[in-house]
Write a protein that binds this ligand. Structure first.
Ligand SMILES: [Zn+2]
Ligand SMILES: [Zn+2]
Length: 77
């Protein structure tokens, strides 16, 4: 099993299925770098619950508001 992000060949690599597509990684770090969305305001990788608005992700309420998005309080994805 080879990590699709860094190419490392590792026997404990794992698979992640996202939107019906299968991905193989050797570490969570590689999976996050490859799959995690980035905040539309500050660009940080969103690893936990983020906020989504019109296909754009934000790491927190503050960033969503800074980008002019309001009323996302209840919409954790
Ligand atoms: Zn890797
Ligand atoms: Zn942010």
């Amino acid at each position: 099993m080879k990590c699709e992000f860094c190419g490392n060949d590792y026997d404990k690599a794992f698979e992640v299925v996202m939107a019906g597509k299968r991905h193989t990684f050797d570490s969570f770090e590689c999976a996050i770098h490859s799959l995690a969305p980035t905040c539309g305001n500050c660009g940080v990788r969103i690893v936990g619950h983020g906020l989504e608005h019109d296909g754009t992700y934000y790491c927190c309420q503050h960033c969503a508001q800074a980008a002019g998005v309001h009323g996302l309080n209840d919409r954790l994805h």
